[in-house]
Structure formats: structure tokens, C-alpha cells
Design a protein around this ligand. Structure first.
Ligand code: FAD
Length: 533
């Protein structure tokens, strides 16, 4: 019989095989257990320093049914595995004349393209940046020398915004497509533990290879991926998409296009606004990156500075500011990582965080951000949020010395509003930092709320505002400032055949949810059209 065992708690100190422990608890011979699959593993650190892994497992138990029933009645958390019902796809009667175009090769675009390719639609993917191999060189050059390529950088290029990231795959959404996303990552080289860990992550080093192999699968199924192919125009006929314009010159006939451009494609938002497509302003959050010694975070979360069986600790922090009604929170926390320069436009400084699979730099970083909305923006124009981001990124650029260095300050000096003269922990941001009073590169209210949030967080994590805690700015690309409205069939309200998806369109917030939305939007397209015959 196939069983699921939930909430199985095992000390992190335990050094024997899991099946041995299971057999002991179930009182069955070890060889009656087979086909063990991890559905979930989380870490229980409530009784620090006594840490335990909490598992949900699926496995087959080879015992007579009456004995199996008795075991299920005796052992808490054990029940029969649900029977999985396959999803059936019916072919629509309309047939495409041209292959579907996918604009953007981030998680939303690539998973949309992969879904289409796997069903025989042979999509054409257009990506403004370079292949992940070329892009990595461009990004490194930016970090080393401050030479920005506005088309191929941390935001743009194959793999999308999350390629140089911690590769966290956690998401708050519940969706049947999540397992398809994780299984695809594993198929293409991600560690299989991401299928069951409560907080799965891949790391930049592995993610880059995974992205390349996803491209190879799309191509092997008849799809095409073109780099340095920036979509600069969309043409329509009788309210339906008819052509996609590439690099201002080439016109590709297309009656369907999936728009997966991410949250930093400001030129595309402008294009859509000029075409009078319905765009809605969206609140987002801005703030700074904070860094601490990883040992300080581990001590607070685990009760030990290091442990051989568990990785670097993370944290989640939220604060509600009663004076202003605004929320502040830790965002995109990267254990054992580094802060990166993540600009995509000239004359702007943008921070973000990344880490390798091993998370072993001994530095923890996270964004600390405060929500901002329409009332903070300079105008009522739908693109006002984007102008707001750009203005603050430019202030940070000037503060850093107009060379993509970032302004930075110790937290203790941020409280005193004085420029730091000596860092106890040197900020990891490259191409480098310039000491500066960070209140001057933030809207006044954001700086004030951050100060109160930091004091609150210090009560939750001891040493959070200690002398080693360092801030770098500015963090603005937390989510899209825009939502591109779509109808019940997944299309733009104003242009049939255009399917907005992912983070830039306002339907996702992270790698996994963007990938899920990409699959969802491909399903919408495939529900309407059969592939070219
Ligand atoms: P994107 O990934 O932004 O992809 C959009 C793609 O479209 C880009 O490749 C871009 O070049 C392309 N494009 C744009 N305009 C055009 C055009 N006109 N023509 C052709 N192509 C175009 N999320 C997590 O879940 N976990 C993390 O650990 C994490 N860390 C991050 C670290 C960093 C440094 C950054 C920047 C982001 C991180 N994120 C993380 C966020 C995550 O990357 C995004 O949520 C996700 O990538 C959104 O996916 P997307 O496909 O919607 O858009």
C-alpha cells in the first residue's frame, strides 16, 4: 500500500538511515519499506539548540492490508496516499497560422515556451539580452569595472532577473503547476532536494546551467530562441495582434505573443501605454540592503553559530508602522551570499542579493523595504511608479559618485544620520561603495519607517542593529510598479492575442510564481489555438 507520513520529527543529530528510523517507529522490517519520496522537509528550531527536521514522506509499505490498517490507526500522521488524477487536454478547433512568439526568456517566458514546445507549438522566443553564457561575462564586467550594458545585465538576458540570485524557490501561491516547475528544474540539473525542502533554493552557480538546459529542451522540441532580439513594437489589425517588431526593423507576423518582460522593461511599459493598453498602477516597496555576519543570524535562529547538518539560517521579519500605517519587511533574504549591483538603466544604482548553492560566504544579506503607493508618486500617470523608482535610483547613483558605486552606511550611523568613517563589516557590493548618509537617498518617510523597523527587528534578532550591521542602497526593484490587465482568457483587455504574464505584468513575485504564471498563460493560449499543422 502507498502511504503518506506527515510531521515525522527527527533530530538533526540523528546519523542513521531514514528507513531504519521509519521501520523502528512503524515496527516493521526495514525491507518492507520501498519507493521513499520526500514530499517536504522543514527545520524546527523552536527548542534551540535542539533542532529537528520535520518530514512529510511518501512510500510503499509491503505488509498485508489488515496490518497496514492497524499501523495507520496507531501511528499519528500516517495515511493512505491520494490517487493522482491526470489532467486531460482537449485540442481546440482554431489553428494557429504563425508560431506563437514568447517575449522574454525569464522564468515566465521560458516556462511558457517549454509548455508550448512540449505540446508541439514550436514557439519563437525573443530575448533582448545575451545567452546566459555571454550575459555572465557582461555582468561580471559591470561588477568589476562599472561598465553597464543596458541590454544585458542582472535584470535582462537569458534566465531573466533571478539568474544572478539566491535562486530561492519558495512561493506563497498554491498551484498544481509548482511541482511541474520544480521537476523541470531537477530534470535540468537542480538538486532533487528542491522537490521536498520547505525552503528550496538553487543558487546562481547551478541556476545558470539549468537555464541553458531549459533552452536546449525548447530547441530540441522545434522551438527557436533568439538573443539580442529586443521587441520594440507590436502591430495590430482589427484589435488583434498581427506583427511583432524586433530591434526597430524586423517585422515578424504573429497572431499570438506571450509578453513575459519582467518588472524592469520600462521601455515596453511605455510602448504599451502609448498603445493605450490598460495598465494599472501597483504599489511596491523600496528601501536598502542590510548585511550581517552569518554567524550572528545562525546564533539567533538556531542557537549555534554553525552546524554541519544544517545550512546558513535565513529570517523573515515584518513590521507595521502605527504612525504612518505603512508596512516594512525583510525581502529576498540571501543567507551566505553577497550584495550585487542590479541596475539595468544608465545613471541608476540598484542593489539586490545573490548566493551560490553552498551559501558559504559567511555574510547574510537581505533587503529591508517599506511599501510605497500612488500617494507617493509624482503624478497620476499610470507609469508614475516607474518614474518614482528611476528618480531614487538616480539619487543613489549620484550619491555613490556617478560610477555605479553604491552609497553605504553602518546601521548605528543611519540612526545618527552621520556618514560612516569606518566599517566593521565591509559591504560586499561591487564595484564598490561610498560612505553616505542613506536618509538622503530615500523618501523621508521611508527612511523614518526603516529606522523604527530596524529597532523593532533588533528585538527579534539580537545584534540586528549592532555595529557590524551595514546598509547599502538603493533597493527599488522589489516588484512591478504596473499591472497589465488581462481578461478571463489571459489576453490583454485591448489587444487580442497578446498574453501578459509573470512579474512584469503584475501576476507573480518570484522565480517559482513567475514560472507557474508562464505555464498558466501557455495553457490559456493552447486552450484557444491548436498548433500549426
Ligand atoms: P524576468 O525574470 O524579469 O524576465 C524577463 C525577461 O524579459 C528578461 O530576460 C528580459 O531581458 C526580457 N525582456 C524585457 N524586455 C524585452 C523586450 N522588449 N524584448 C525581448 N525581451 C525582453 N526571486 C525568487 O523567487 N528567488 C530569489 O532568490 C530571487 N532573487 C533575485 C535576485 C536578484 C538579483 C533579482 C534581480 C531578482 C531576484 N528574484 C528572486 C526575483 C525574480 O528574479 C523575478 O521574480 C523573476 O525573475 C520574474 O520572472 P519573469 O519571467 O516574470 O521576469
Amino acid at each position: 500500500m502507498d502511504l503518506v507520513w506527515s510531521n515525522l520529527r527527527i533530530s538533526v543529530e540523528e546519523d542513521v538511515f531514514l528507513t531504519t528510523i521509519m521501520a523502528r517507529k512503524l515496527k516493521v522490517p526495514e525491507n518492507s519499506i520501498s519507493g521513499l519520496r520526500f514530499l517536504r522537509r522543514s527545520l524546527d528550531a523552536r527548542k534551540k539548540p535542539h533542532l529537528a527536521f520535520v518530514y512529510t514522506l511518501q512510500f510503499s509499505l509491503n505488509v498485508p492490508r489488515p496490518e497496514g490498517n492497524r499501523i495507520m490507526a496507531r501511528v499519528p500522521g500516517l495515511k493512505e496516499a491520494p490517487i493522482e488524477v491526470p489532467v486531460i487536454w482537449t485540442k481546440p478547433s482554431n489553428t494557429l497560422i504563425h508560431r506563437p512568439v514568447v517575449i522574454g526568456a525569464g522564468p515566465a517566458g521560458y516556462f511558457a515556451a517549454l509548455s508550448l514546445a512540449r505540446k508541439g507549438y514550436a514557439p519563437l522566443v525573443l530575448e533582448r539580452g545575451d545567452s546566459v553564457e555571454e550575459r555572465s561575462l557582461k555582468v561580471q564586467e559591470f561588477w568589476d569595472k562599472g561598465k553597464l550594458d543596458p541590454e544585458s545585465n542582472v535584470q535582462f538576458g537569458e534566465g531573466g532577473a533571478g539568474t544572478f540570485s539566491d535562486g530561492k524557490l519558495t512561493t506563497r501561491i498554491q498551484d498544481r503547476r509548482i511541482s511541474e516547475v520544480l521537476e523541470t528544474f531537477v530534470k535540468h540539473g537542480a538538486p532533487s532536494e528542491i522537490l521536498y525542502l520547505a525552503k528550496p533554493h538553487i543558487g546562481t552557480d547551478i541556476l545558470k546551467d539549468v537555464v541553458k538546459r531549459i533552452r536546449e529542451e525548447i530547441v530540441s522540441l522545434g522551438g527557436e530562441v533568439r538573443f539580442r532580439a529586443k521587441v520594440t513594437g507590436l502591430k495590430s489589425s482589427l484589435g488583434r495582434l498581427s506583427k511583432v517588431v524586433v530591434n526597430g526593423e524586423e517585422e515578424i507576423p504573429a497572431e499570438t505573443a506571450i509578453l513575459a518582460i519582467g518588472h524592469s522593461a520600462r521601455d515596453v511599459f511605455k510602448l504599451l501605454s502609448d498603445m493605450n493598453l490598460t495598465l494599472e498602477k501597483k504599489s511596491f516597496a523600496i528601501g536598502l540592503r542590510i548585511e550581517h555576519p552569518q554567524a550572528l543570524i545562525n546564533q539567533s535562529q538556531y542557537g549555534v553559530e554553525e552546524h554541519p547538518h544544517i545550512g546558513a539560517a535565513d529570517y523573515q521579519l515584518t513590521y507595521k508602522d502605527v504612525r504612518t500605517g505603512r508596512g516594512a519587511y525583510a525581502f529576498c533574504m540571501c543567507p551566505g551570499g553577497r550584495v550585487v549591483a542590479a541596475a539595468s538603466e544608465e545613471d541608476g544604482v540598484v542593489t539586490n542579493g545573490m548566493s551560490g548553492y553552498a551559501r558559504d560566504t559567511k555574510i547574510a544579506n537581505s533587503a529591508l523595504v517599506v511599501t510605497v503607493g500612488a500617494d507617493d508618486f509624482p503624478t497620476a500617470y499610470p507609469l508614475a511608479g516607474l518614474e518614482f523608482q528611476r528618480a531614487w535610483e538616480h539619487k543613489a547613483f549620484i550619491a555613490g559618485g556617478s560610477s555605479y558605486m553604491a552609497p553605504a552606511q553602518r546601521v548605528v550611523d543611519f540612526f545618527e544620520r552621520r556618514v560612516t568613517d569606518n566599517f566593521d563589516l565591509l559591504p560586499t557590493y561591487s564595484p564598490g561603495i561610498k560612505p553616505y548618509n542613506l536618509h538622503e537617498v530615500l523618501p523621508e518617510v521611508v527612511g523614518d519607517v526603516l529606522e523604527r523597523a530596524l529597532r523593532d527587528f533588533n528585538g527579534k534578532i539580537k545584534g540586528f542593529t549592532g555595529k557590524e550591521a551595514t546598509l547599502t542602497g538603493i533597493e527599488t526593484r522589489t516588484s512591478s510598479p504596473i499591472r497589465i490587465a488581462r481578461n478571463a482568457q489571459g489576453e490583454s483587455l485591448n489587444l487580442a492575442g497578446l498574453y501578459p504574464t509573470g512579474e512584469g505584468a503584475g501576476y507573480a513575485g518570484g522565480i517559482t510564481s513567475a514560472a507557474v504564471d508562464g505555464i498558466r498563460i501557455a495553457e490559456f493560449l493552447m486552450a484557444q489555438f491548436a498548433p500549426i499543422e
